[in-house]
Design a protein around this ligand. Structure first.
Ligand code: NAP
Ligand code: MG
Length: 502
């Protein structure tokens, strides 16, 4: 750490884990209660200390059958019998319970995932509540959502989510599905099921009719059994492009409606007339938020050549002040990498970056002895053909490229198999609009980055998947006959394997 910071160092400010009421082991949440899984159970650990948190059940094929059957029964016997207004009441209740238990959920999320408590407390959990409140409001207004007359629910939704925003991704999946009148079987990621299991307790507290939401744990095999189950009507997946591609193939022709939220390699474009102080903060937020485990992370910085040196120098100075360490400490900026496997992937791609000739700079911070950590890293001298400029690192690693003209910025930004998000920093309004219009990305942020709102659709082009989550578009993905642009693959249309979704 630089000399000046030693004098200004913070005292430790750890959030207490006393609020958690953890069990030693967790079963599968099926038909409103926890039951044993028939697969082999596994431990989950804190990525910051490697200490065990709990033992988690694995759902095998018979458990997946049980969960889907529970969702099917609840669909035909209870959930579709309720009015939209009554479904909405349950969603409002869930939203309020999330708020009531916000601190507990934030602590559990930081413990299990490794993300800083200030992020789980101020970003993840408030957005989870916001998502439930937002879709609660839609439940009795589906006829007025602009999705055609009398839109109908699909049936049982099979949902599989990743480890980077465990509870938030659960909310993105469950809230619109229930608002639209579907029932759910969801599988959280193997390394981060804890908040989903606490959420199961919230569903019990909310008196949600049994079987409407079933939460099954396990690894990729359980996910595969779930999405390929013959009695599900809708598959919603967030995760890697490789697994998304496999799901697109295996569900093709099955009649299941499909949405895929996959990887990204976003360009964050900084023009020389950008508001520089904000841009520096925005670049940091864009790639170092959540340790860079963000599908829409601004992992490719495209900076106009005449300000490149200034931007890189200021970035290095800023990164030198970031505090890496205990995710539960309220002053921590950079938490732990979620798993050893992910840490190894980040290391491997970073080493390849050096071998390919890019110049590596790493913030000088103390790395804790246990756990999985990667210090904030910047690569300069990167060209568009380098693997660190093309592949998703999914870690705190920024690749810096430069451009001279807006046209060059656009062509470099679009030179990627992905198309999830992008950022533009400039104080020239017409330039911003002109460039934004030509970017092939689902979301374009202007003079900001990583902003999320439940009313705003989110999703990708090309290998970032298809379908939108959030807003009315997010409802369309869970209703029949609903036609909103890019609301996912219907029962008959093209697959990801063919390339761009539009
Ligand atoms: P992943 O390996 O694809 O896993 C995602 C989920 O799928 C996990 O629950 C996983 O279980 C499960 N899974 C694995 N193999 C499966 C299979 N064959 N069939 C069905 N399910 C299967 O992705 P990850 O590496 O955990 O997550 C990071 C990726 O997610 C990144 O590429 C990131 O960009 C993407 N992501 C995208 C968005 C978005 O909205 N576009 C948001 C967040 C993350 P296990 O956990 O047991 O492996
Ligand atoms: Mg995984």
């Amino acid at each position: 750490m630089p000399e000046t910071n030693r004098f200004l160092d913070y005292a430790p400010a750890p959030e207490s884990t006393a609020i958690l009421n953890l069990r030693e082991s967790y079963g599968l949440f099926i038909d409103g209660e926890f039951s044993d899984g028939h697969g082999e159970s596994f431990p989950i650990i804190s990525p910051a200390t490697e200490a065990k948190i709990a033992q988690i059940a694995t759902a095998d094929a018979s458990d997946v059958d049980r969960a889907v059957a529970a969702a099917r029964r609840a669909y035909s016997r209870t959930w579709t019998k309720l009015s939209g207004a009554d479904r909405g009441k349950y969603l409002f209740r869930i939203a309020r319970l999330v708020q009531e238990r916000a601190r507990e959920l934030a602590v559990a999320e930081s413990l299990d995932n490794g993300k800083p408590i200030k992020e789980s407390r101020d970003v993840d959990v408030p957005l989870v509540a916001a998502w439930f409140f937002y879709y609660a409001g839609w439940a009795d207004k589906l006829d007025y959502a602009g999705l055609g007359p009398n839109p109908r629910s699909l049936g049982v939704a099979a949902q599989v989510i990743p480890w980077n925003f465990p509870l938030l991704m659960l909310a993105w999946k469950i809230a619109p599905a229930l608002a639209a009148g579907n029932t759910v079987v969801i599988k959280p990621a193997e390394t981060t099921p804890l908040t989903a299991l606490i959420f199961a307790e919230i569903l019990q507290q909310a008196d949600l009719p049994v079987g409407v939401v079933n939460i099954i744990t396990g690894a990729g095999d359980t996910g595969s059994l779930l999405v390929n189950h013959p009695d599900v009507n809708k598959v919603a997946f967030t995760g890697s492009t490789a697994v998304g591609r496999a799901i697109a193939r295996s569900t093709a022709g099955s009649g299941k409606k499909l949405t895929l939220e996959l990887g990204g390699k976003a360009a964050n474009i900084v023009f020389d007339d950008a508001p520089m102080d904000q841009a520096i903060e925005g670049i940091v937020n864009g790639i170092f938020f959540n340790q860079g485990h963000v599908c829409c992370a601004g992992s490719r910085l495209l900076v106009q050549e005449n300000v490149k040196d200034e931007v890189v120098d200021r970035l290095k100075a800023r990164l030198s002040t970031l505090r890496l360490g205990d995710p539960l400490d309220k002053n921590t900026d950079i938490g732990a990498i979620n798993s050893r496997a992910q840490l190894e992937r980040i290391r491997e791609l970073s080493n390849i970056g050096e071998q390919e000739g890019a110049e590596r700079w790493t913030a000088d911070c103390e790395i804790p002895k246990n756990g999985f950590w990667f210090a904030p890293t910047i690569f300069t001298n990167v060209s568009t053909s380098h693997r660190i400029a093309r592949e998703e690192v999914f870690g705190p690693v920024l690749s810096v490229l430069s451009f001279r003209t807006p046209a060059e910025a656009i062509s470099k930004a679009n030179n990627t198999p992905y198309g999830l998000s992008a950022g533009i920093w400039s104080s020239n309004g017409s330039r911003v609009l002109g460039v934004a219009d030509k970017l092939r990305a689902g979301v374009v942020w202007i003079n900001t980055f990583n902003q999320f709102d439940p009313a705003s659709p989110f999703g990708g082009y090309k290998e970032s998947g298809y379908g939108r989550e959030g807003g009315r578009h997010g409802l369309a993905a869970y209703l029949t006959g609903a036609a909103l642009e890019s609301s996912g693959r219907g029962s008959s249309s093209a697959a990801l394997t063919k390339g761009a979704s539009k």
